[in-house]
Design a protein around this ligand. Structure first.
Ligand SMILES: [Zn+2]
Length: 301
């Protein structure tokens, strides 16, 4: 089996058993360029989506089921961005952002979360179809960046001491983003119920300091393999383990037959109003910008 490159477009699981800590580290490069190429976003929106996709990869790769899906959706009020959606399924990522270009042009070059989202919330949905586990957490989009907002999600909604770091940078030849998620999970063997978490456990501050020392440049540097970076951060620990790496790819699940079935459910008069000058109903996929042309007569049965 060919080894997965640990430099880019990959998520790697990490465990530090003696400290009851584990997490994920991820770096995205060409996969970001390929997702961003479907859109023509200005740099601040590209950076936001790059960070959001990195967070999606970190959280998605926590799912145990191969068919598990993770969705991030930002709901906003009065922000420059009015919708942002990213999802993860089996290593495949996709995402888009709807924003107001005129307001963005008036904002500072590096807009804050508040400027971008106004009064915003991030809904994080974990969906595992095999075990029928589905849960959603909602976190206010507050703090310096998405990483901080995600970190408070774990602290508040899940009561798990966590560290989240995200960084994204446009380098040559394209975007590079990286993220680190570490969690303190005492007695956290797979499948065991968590009875109690001490928020002040001395192991955790130690791991949070080491993990928190990671630099944005280290997260985004595609020359630095992720296992080397983990070693750099935690080499003084008794034991550091990595889990099998997950290759990250761009993937869209839009499907012409599904699009047609959705349009077919509209009343006939509404469908007629959708027909363009060329005689087709055109539907674009917001994620990948694929355009589907549907002939109205294939719908009337
Ligand atoms: Zn699509």
């Amino acid at each position: 089996m060919p080894a997965v490159s640990l430099n880019t477009d990959v998520a790697l699981g990490v465990a530090i058993p003696s400290r009851n800590a584990r997490g994920r580290i991820a770096r995205l490069g060409p996969v970001l360029d390929s997702i961003l190429a479907s859109h023509a976003y200005p740099p601040p929106i590209e950076k936001l989506l790059a960070e959001a996709l990195t967070l999606t990869a970190l959280l998605g790769s926590l799912l145990k089921e191969a068919q598990g899906q993770l969705t991030l959706q930002a709901q906003t009020e009065g922000g420059i961005v009015d919708l942002m959606v990213c999802d993860y399924l089996g290593g495949e990522l996709r995402g888009y952002v709807r924003h107001d270009p005129e307001r963005l042009a008036e904002a500072p070059a590096e807009p804050s979360l508040k400027e971008l989202f106004g009064k915003g919330y991030l809904a994080i949905t974990f969906d595992q179809p095999v075990s029928e586990e589905r849960y959603q957490g909602i976190v206010p989009l507050e703090g310096k960046n998405l990483g901080e907002a995600a970190q408070s999600y774990f602290a508040q909604s899940e009561q798990i001491p966590s560290l989240v770091r995200l960084a994204a940078e446009k380098r040559e030849p394209g975007w590079s983003a990286g993220g680190l998620l570490l969690q303190h999970l005492p007695e956290g063997e797979e499948g065991r119920e968590r009875l109690h978490t001490r928020l002040d456990h001395p192991d955790w501050p130690h791991i949070a300091i080491l993990g928190g020392s990671v630099k944005a440049e280290e997260l985004t540097n595609p020359e630095l393999p992720l296992d080397d970076l983990i070693w750099r951060l935690f080499h003084e620990e008794d034991e550091v383990r990595t889990l099998p790496a997950v290759k990250l790819r761009r993937g869209c699940r839009c499907d012409p037959a599904y699009v047609r079935s959705v349009i077919a459910r509209f009343p006939e008069e509404e469908r007629e109003a959708m027909v363009g000058e060329d005689g087709f109903i055109r539907v674009d996929c917001a994620f990948c910008s694929s355009s589907f042309a549907i002939e109205p007569k294939e719908l009337s049965s």
